[in-house]
Design a protein around this ligand. Structure first.
Ligand code: NAG
Ligand code: NAG
Ligand code: NAG
Ligand code: NAG
Ligand code: NAG
Length: 510
């Protein structure tokens, strides 16, 4: 288990202090000294991968990959460079991109393949490439593969990726202009499986996060593991002057192989729904999701999804944390009603609930035992009617509602950018979720859910020059000396990154 014990004495002490000032008072800001890492001439330390087993923090930067010691990130154990050759650089510049900014190789994918290798992708002067990194000697294979659909072309475009059983799932753009969004799966043995290029599937998405939820293998209905994607996109279902943004959760099934005729090499299991984070009593909607953290339970049903949200109208100055029950998410995908495109007048389309008969098996469902008994052992055996339906109806009408029907936490005058959550057992035996949220001004809030309400117990200024916190990682492992001897034996550790130019820091708390 990854629970940190013995931490909570401190939290409760703080809580009492806070509650005398009212529930949402933010405590005085404190400072933390951070260990920092940077190298001259190396910028954009933006991709992090933590390996507890190897005591390593892998860092993907611009044209370089580092292996740092997790215990002390100022210690560099390895480095490899990956630059762009002359000819792709020239091509990039001919397409109007800048030599100093765009036509370089920003490392954006660092994923574990096995004990010996990482899979690494970079934007590579707007021609993304991937390669294997051998950990034994920290060298690249130097046999780069096409990175299209796996990594973004543009280093500043939103992007998410997760490796599941040796297959790389990405949410990115498939073209140079960044105008063709894609959710894809790359596996060395199969062709790329992807989303249909259609605004009904993805409409100008900003990808935030993706992860797998394992069903544990011994499910009674024999269903597959699922990969969930979180993003904000432009709504198709609401009438609005201008672009109305909508936070979404989408999911695909791990076993999906695409269709035989319809949806060939496309997902047959892609469905998406609206994530609701709002204050219904005030008619206020947080419609932009910035980051998601999945707090996994021993059983998938105990899993809680945390998200940080703001409103599209940034001047309101409110941020919210909403939490979602995995059971509720699953329910929407397995039972929710579909929406359908209806043409009103000429050329004007609107999405309305689909009230007709849905084909069987349920469109977008993962293959389960019941389907297998009907000789549908893979998505290749699904009937065209089911596939055509899901192709035209990827959007569900039923939204995913947050636990308690509203935000867990609402904070004024901050823009939350990142979230991680640690579940801790207190001395009283109860379990608490400790929420860490990073802001766009280099501040981190530590909050604890206590008696149904979330209280900010600490505000920490992490980044001196008030830059946005772009990366928060939680290390669940118990710290070594000197922390073992400290009053709080099992401290939480947070790894975070300074976005601009320089610093990668590990700060150890309490
Ligand atoms: C981290 O490593 C550096 C360089 O070896 C050393 O000077 C520093 O004291 C170490 N910091 C901690 C907290 O161990
Ligand atoms: C999620 O919902 C299910 C079913 O309503 C419930 O049994 C479970 O306790 C809930 N889990 C959490 C973490 O709220
Ligand atoms: C499944 O396939 C087997 C062998 O091809 C056949 O005997 C059986 O009738 C099929 N079952 C269904 C439900 O179609
Ligand atoms: C939050 O971000 C918005 C949009 O970027 C900005 O206008 C606003 O000033 C920020 N608010 C705070 C409190 O930093
Ligand atoms: C890379 O770093 C530079 C300077 O530190 C910054 O201006 C730029 O926005 C960063 N680029 C990306 C893609 O993060």
């Amino acid at each position: 288990s990854n629970m940190g014990f013995g931490v909570l004495g401190v939290f409760l002490g703080l809580l009492l202090e806070v509650s005398t000032h009212g529930p949402h008072a933010v405590p005085r800001t404190s400072w933390r000294h951070l260990m920092e890492f940077s190298e001259p001439e190396i910028f954009n330390y933006s991709t992090l991968l933590l390996s507890e087993k190897r005591d390593a923090l892998y860092v993907g930067a611009r044209e370089a990959i580092f292996e740092l010691s997790k215990k002390n990130v100022t210690v560099k154990n390895n480095k490899v460079q990956w630059t762009v050759a002359e000819s792709p650089m020239v091509m990039c510049m001919q397409k109007g991109k800048s030599k100093e900014r765009d036509c370089l190789n920003y490392i954006r994918v660092l994923q574990v393949v096995d004990d010996e290798r990482l899979y690494v992708c970079g934007t590579h002067a707007f021609q993304p490439q991937c390669d294997y990194l051998n950990l034994a000697d920290f060298s690249l294979d130097r046999r780069p593969e096409d990175g299209r659909g796996k990594c973004s072309f543009d280093p500043s475009q939103s992007f998410t990726t997760v490796m599941v059983d040796g297959e790389l799932y990405s949410g990115t753009a498939y073209n140079f202009l960044g105008s063709e969004p894609i959710i894809s799966r790359y596996s060395p043995s199969q062709s790329l499986l992807r989303t249909e290029y259609s605004t009904s599937w993805l409409n100008e998405p900003s990808f935030v996060f993706a992860d797998v939820i394992s069903e544990g293998g011994n499910q009674v209905d024999g269903e597959d593991d699922k990969i969930y994607y979180f993003f904000t996109e432009v709504s198709v279902e609401y009438e609005f002057f201008g672009k109305l943004l909508i936070p979404r959760v989408a999911r695909v099934c791990k076993g999906d192989l695409g269709g035989q005729r319809t949806l060939q090499k496309k997902w047959t299991s892609f469905l998406k729904a609206k994530l609701v984070c709002s204050m219904p009593e005030l008619n206020f909607v947080f419609n932009v999701v910035h980051d998601v953290f999945i707090l996994k339970g021993a059983d998938w049903r105990d899993t809680v999804i945390y998200g940080v949200f703001t409103s599209q109208w940034g001047n309101v100055g409110l941020s919210a944390v909403c939490a979602y029950n995995m059971t509720a998410v699953e329910e929407v995908f397995s039972k929710g009603k579909y929406m359908q495109k209806a043409t009103v007048e000429q050329s004007h389309t609107k999405w309305v609930r689909y009230n007709g008969i849905t084909p069987s098996p349920r469109p977008g469902a993962c293959i389960n035992n019941l389907m297998r008994r009907h000789n549908m052992s893979s998505s290749l055996n699904l009937p065209d009617k089911t596939l055509q339906f899901v192709k035209d109806h990827p959007l569900l009408e039923d939204p995913v509602l947050p636990i308690g029907n509203g935000p867990r936490l609402i904070t004024k005058d901050v823009n939350y950018t990142q979230i991680v959550v640690e579940r801790v057992r207190a001395l009283d035996g109860n379990i608490y979720d400790v929420i860490f949220t990073g802001t766009d001004k280099g501040i981190m809030h530590k909050s604890v859910a206590y008696e149904g309400e979330v209280h900010i117990v600490e505000e920490i200024q992490l980044l001196k020059n008030s830059e946005s916190i772009k990366n928060l990682l939680l290390s669940s492992e118990v710290s070594d000396k000197p922390y073992k001897e400290s009053a709080v034996a099992q401290a939480l550790e947070i790894v975070l990154l300074w976005p601009v130019s320089v610093l990668c820091c590990l700060c150890q708390y309490l």
